[in-house]
Design a protein around this ligand. Structure first.
Ligand code: AVI
Length: 337
């Protein structure tokens, strides 16, 4: 966990991380760029826009599940003993998705301590201001931390049961091994009986076709394309690279075997890209063939069975799960065993 004062120091480390990721990913075959590179200021704004797109059902449908079932979810999380809950949210961002759950917990127990964890201090400041203005019973304790790399900075309060929130299908952006290890890390900070609420997008099913999935990652307005290309904008700006933005197309594909949507950037011509020498090494000359791709993101899609297996691997047992009527998305409540 980083203190606020240490955040400025992380700038150098961050640009070094960008340089290292670009070097390793772009010289590998197939070429890759890690999805965390999407989230600079412009990318975070584009992602906010994505969540409001008609094709991107994930945010809307998950919010609908919360609206329909928040009281039940919170009641089950408190258990038969009706224990007081404290909430911790991984990757909370501005906590825009959490309002419905916070309102329900306030109805249930009058007040609550809410601990949002995120790498972005700015997002957390916004979260704290919004929540304090709109939910008087909530006391917010922000934690600036990268929960994907560091142990979860959980403030355990005596006698209170913890409900950890990991919503928005964020778990889907990790490989199965990384997802297991992330959830094991969360589990290591919890006590038996504590709960985890996990939001996951579902794979194709009786009411969900592959076209619905693909459209969510290839919207008509081109916002997801801009989000994907923004990674090149970032490398041009931060590393002085000379990617021709029009020379790369956005592509989203469904990988049925691995149950994931993949996002790629496709080189439209044979082209050469330069990245000047930087803290990660000497200058790079990258020769792209026409049609060659950079793999930028995986977004895994689940079934009730695969959610159960993933949770079990991290010592969580499914307590209950809620889906929308079309079975697009699932919200699972799991107990730490
Ligand atoms: C943040 N994450 C859950 C999003 C997803 O659906 O995988 C990121 C995203 N990529 C393209 N559109 C949205």
């Amino acid at each position: 966990m980083r203190s606020t004062a240490a955040v400025a120091e992380t700038f150098d480390t961050t640009s070094n991380a960008v340089a290292t990721e670009a070097r390793n990913g772009l010289t590998a075959r197939p070429r890759t760029l890690a999805p965390w590179l999407f989230y600079d200021e412009a990318g975070s704004r584009l992602f906010e826009q994505i969540t409001a797109l008609p094709e991107y059902y994930l945010t809307r449908v998950e919010r609908g599940i919360f609206s329909d079932h928040a009281d039940e979810i919170l009641r089950e999380a408190a258990g038969e003993e009706k224990q007081q809950l404290t909430l911790i949210e991984l990757g909370a961002g501005t906590a825009a998705k959490t309002g419905v759950l916070l309102a329900a917990v306030i109805r249930q127990q009058g007040s609550v301590i809410y601990q949002p964890v995120d790498v972005s201090e700015t997002a957390l400041e916004l979260a704290s201001r919004n929540i304090q203005a709109n939910f008087p019973g909530v006391s917010v304790r922000c934690q600036v931390a990268d929960y994907t790399r560091e142990p979860l900075p959980l403030d355990r309060l005596r006698g209170l049961r913890t409900l950890a929130l990991y919503i928005g299908s964020s778990i889907g952006n990790f490989s199965p091994e990384a997802a297991r290890s992330l959830l094991r890390n969360v589990r290591a900070q919890l006590l038996p009986g504590d709960k985890l609420l996990l939001g996951t997008d579902l794979g194709p099913g009786p009411h969900k076709d592959i076209a619905t999935l693909l459209a969510a990652y290839n919207d008509g307005a081109g916002v997801t394309a801009a989000f994907n290309r923004n990674v090149l904008v970032r490398l041009n700006r931060e590393l002085g690279a000379d990617f021709d933005l029009q020379g790369f197309a956005h592509r989203a594909i469904w990988n049925a075997q691995l149950s994931r949507i993949e996002m790629h950037l496709v080189s439209l011509t044979a082209q050469r890209v330069h990245i000047p020498a930087n803290s990660a090494g000497s200058a790079l000359v990258l020769d792209f063939e026409s049609g060659e791709t950079i793999h930028t993101e995986n977004s895994y899609k689940f079934t009730p069975a695969s959610i159960k297996t993933l949770l079990a691997a991290a010592d969580f047992a499914v307590a209950n799960a809620w889906q929308d009527p079309q079975q697009l998305f699932s919200v699972t409540l799991a107990t730490a065993v």
